[in-house]
Design a protein around this ligand. Structure first.
Ligand SMILES: [Zn+2]
Length: 366
């Protein structure tokens, strides 16, 4: 286990002050050992073993409850299975970035499989997620396609005020998503991935392929579960409820990675990769067991520094980055309910002039 350095241990003498920060990621990338950018078949295999064993264990637990009518324990089973679906999704995330294994055909095949349990069409998510990486915290926005930072980018005060006047229902839905992030995550999956017209021509065929794989895969798994248990409700207990629990984890990670009162959003003319990927990424460090089971997805800056770094190298890459001159710019915090509450309460609408988040009541009084 490689310990994550405490802030006090980091190199303090950053020679480049805020005004002299680089615009590119070349420097921070060089601070990380080159081998950490490469896939490793043994480590990937071990990650698959951990992820699938965890998921099979959660399914066995659910099966035992259903078989012996321990219905009162089912919520615990859903929670466990939703948590293991998240582990599989993290592996699928690496497959989508082609960082999990060297062979990209195997990456795509595995990615489709890992995404089945969370109900995500693999290629559609891959393309929308790549756009998030290309434009992290850039206020560039386009409702007609998916090619902008579509992961928890807040409405600006101007956008939100106009939404309240023209389509109050959409403004209300936006408020619900900020107060109840799993809803935001669920809607994100639908709005960003269920409309093939939002994808460019060269992506669309693959998006359709992922729909077919998702539908056939889920149909096959559902058939197997019903045959195994003899109950139609197995689909609800093994797939639907864990899939909803997964939306909690999905929103937990994606919201916290780039939503914080400590980070900024930038106008397209002011944005650069260093601001987007280093200054605008937050590492909300989970308790060790959760971090292990979710393959250290809570350590997020190295992933934004380069998507070539697989999840099984995130801890080491983070350690290298923190020791470098750029460590001072890395934002992190350990799991804390008070921090979560603060973000949930205050990060609602982006004030472009004040360069800060506004609460909804502040936005309404403007
Ligand atoms: Zn990613």
């Amino acid at each position: 286990m490689i310990p994550i350095l405490e802030k006090s241990e980091r190199k303090k003498d950053l020679s480049t002050g805020p005004s002299e920060r680089p615009a590119t990621l070349d420097g921070p990338r060089k601070s990380i050992r080159p081998e950490l950018f490469k896939s490793n078949a043994k480590k990937a295999f071990w990650a698959v073993v951990v992820g699938t064993t965890f998921h099979l264990f959660s399914f066995a637990f659910l099966y035992w409850m259903i078989r012996y009518d321990y219905d009162f324990l089912l919520p615990l089973g859903w929670l466990l299975a939703g948590t293991s679906v998240t582990s599989l999704f993290v592996l699928g995330h690496d497959c989508a970035h082609a960082s999990f294994l060297k062979n990209n055909k195997i990456n795509d095949a595995l990615g489709h499989f890992f995404f089945l349990f969370s109900f995500y069409p693999y290629y559609a998510w891959k393309f929308s997620h790549n756009a998030h990486h290309a434009h992290t915290n850039n206020l560039l926005f386009n409702e007609k396609d998916v090619y902008f930072d579509n992961a928890w980018i807040p409405f600006t005060l101007k956008q939100y005020s106009s939404l309240r006047k023209k389509t109050p229902l959409r403004a209300a839905i936006y408020r619900y998503t900020r107060y109840f992030p799993p809803l935001g995550s669920l809607l994100h999956n639908l709005i960003m991935h269920a409309y093939p017209g939002k994808f460019i021509d060269s992506h669309r065929k693959k998006v359709y392929l992922s729909y077919v794989v998702l539908l056939l895969g889920l149909a096959g798994i559902s058939f197997g579960l019903v045959a195994l248990t003899g109950k139609w409700t197995a689909i609800l207990h093994f797939l639907v409820m864990p899939g909803l629990v997964f939306q909690f984890w999905m929103s937990y990670y994606t919201y916290l990675h780039h939503t914080s009162d400590e980070i900024y959003f930038y106008q397209p003319s002011d944005w650069n990769p260093y601001k987007g990927q280093i200054l605008s990424t937050y590492n909300f460090l989970n308790p060790k067991l959760i971090s292990y089971l979710h393959f250290h997805i809570d350590i997020h800056t190295p992933h934004h520094l380069s998507t070539a770094i697989p999840c099984y190298h995130l801890k080491e890459a983070y350690s290298d980055l923190l020791k470098s001159d750029f460590g001072k710019d890395v934002k992190e915090g350990k799991f804390s309910l008070s921090y979560l509450y603060k973000q949930w309460k205050s990060c609602h609408v982006w004030d472009e002039e004040g360069n800060r988040y506004l609460t909804f009541s502040e936005a309404h009084s403007r």
